[in-house]
Design a protein around this ligand. Structure first.
Ligand code: FES
Length: 106
């Protein structure tokens, strides 16, 4: 199992657990984490699953690919160096403990 802590814009924390092979976005949707909209259902086509990867996790989460990088230009909230689209992050055992910050808007 992979535990992810979502930190909302108001700094409240929500810790949820999912399975390797799923995505951070899917986990958020399944567990009712507000702040991830995911209009396109994970197709990397809406940028409403924007998140910021927590300190110390950016390398493990990996960089966005070229298409995701383009989509990140269209996020509602400010794009930062640690911005990712959560539908493009696959849960794995090495991401157990991942910290994900949620933007104020999607
Ligand atoms: S769910 Fe649409 S881009 Fe991630």
């Amino acid at each position: 199992m992979v535990t992810v802590t979502f930190i909302h814009a108001d700094e409240s924390e929500q810790k949820v657990t999912g399975v390797a092979g799923s995505t951070v976005m899917q986990l958020a949707i399944d567990e009712g984490v507000e702040g991830i909209v995911a209009e396109c259902g994970g197709g990397c086509a809406c940028a409403t699953c924007h998140c910021y990867i927590g300190d110390g996790w950016v390398e493990l989460a990996g960089p966005p690919n070229d298409f995701e990088t383009e989509m990140l230009d269209g996020t509602a909230a400010q794009r930062k160096e640690n911005s990712r689209l959560s539908c493009q992050i696959t849960l794995s055992d090495e991401l157990d403990g991942l910290i994900v910050h949620l933007p104020e808007e999607q």
